[in-house]
Design a protein around this ligand. Structure first.
Ligand SMILES: [Fe+2]
Length: 291
């Protein structure tokens, strides 16, 4: 490794609930990739391919994709051709790891709002939901006794949950058994540290953290992206991991605030490997990549 590469060591945020840390039977290993921002620029597809081959070595059970899958469809000047091109690149690369199941959430840059009208098949969230094979803009599933809740942060005053989704989340948490282990994925951080200097938090953190507090017997952990910054926070026994970004400085070399080439501020591009244990504990390890 090159001199100075020590900063590329994995960064682990272990979160083992105190009372439960003696039973450590691992049930699942996941890759959390977020903010891939794929386009043809900066050789991003090939650099992403190199990341994927590294991730595969971790022997993960499935992928969680935190949103901002394509570079950007949301700006008003983005054309249909550009949106199609970006998603075509995604389709090609996705084929190369389609033996893995992937659960995605919507990022703020994924939606094309500049479509000529709302009935256009490429307008807004439904098209992205289709491209990513999601059952809905928010949804849940369970595996090996763990419950997974995938949220749609892209609402008025983003990040936030709309009324419909609040009701759904409340019912969902009521439905899940009291001592259950839960992993929640959103694009915007529900609660974070990097959001203090830079903004970008869910604006309804108070509502969501209060709701989680009403379910204190559950072991709840949250993961997010959006910031391209790595942080972790714990509040009321709930862990919040913001897992940097796969694209770093959107695959670019960076700017005056980048601590190193390709980094966004002090965070290198990377991905997280998450281990989920039988006792409801979790380890979240961020692997910087140098592609
Ligand atoms: Fe992003």
């Amino acid at each position: 490794m090159a001199a100075g590469a020590i900063s590329l060591s994995p960064i682990q945020s272990i979160a083992l609930p105190k009372k439960l840390k003696y039973t450590t039977n691992r049930l699942l290993r996941l890759a959390h990739i977020t903010d891939i921002h794929l386009s043809s620029a900066n050789d991003a597809p090939n650099r992403f391919r190199k990341c994927l081959s590294e991730i595969k070595d971790h022997d993960v059970d499935f992928f969680l994709n935190g949103g901002d899958t394509i570079m950007a469809a949301d700006y008003s000047h983005i054309t249909r051709e550009s949106v199609i091109e970006q998603w075509n690149i995604w389709d090609q690369v996705r084929k190369e790891f389609d033996t893995y199941k992937m659960y995605s959430c919507l990022g703020n840059h994924d939606m094309w709002w500049a479509a000529p009208n709302k009935d256009d098949e490429m307008y807004g969230k439904d098209y992205v939901i289709k491209k990513l094979g999601m059952p809905n803009r928010y949804y849940s599933f369970s595996q090996k006794g763990w419950y997974f809740i995938i949220l749609d942060s892209n609402n008025k005053n983003a990040g936030s949950l709309d009324e419909e989704q609040r009701t759904w989340l409340e019912n969902e948490l009521d439905r899940i058994p009291n001592n259950a282990s839960v992993l929640v994925m959103s694009h915007y951080p529900i609660l974070g540290v990097s959001t203090i200097p830079y903004g970008g938090s869910h604006t309804d953190s108070a509502y969501i953290t209060k709701l989680f507090y009403e379910h204190s017997y559950k072991k709840i952990h949250c993961i997010s992206g959006h910031m391209h910054l790595l942080d972790s926070a714990t509040y009321n026994n709930v862990n919040y991991f913001c897992n940097g970004s796969l694209s770093g400085f959107w695959w670019g070399e960076g700017n005056k605030d980048s601590a190193k080439k390709y980094w966004y501020h002090e965070t290198p591009p990377g991905y997280a490997i998450i281990d989920l244990f039988e006792d409801g504990s979790i380890t979240n390890t961020y692997y910087p990549h140098s592609f």
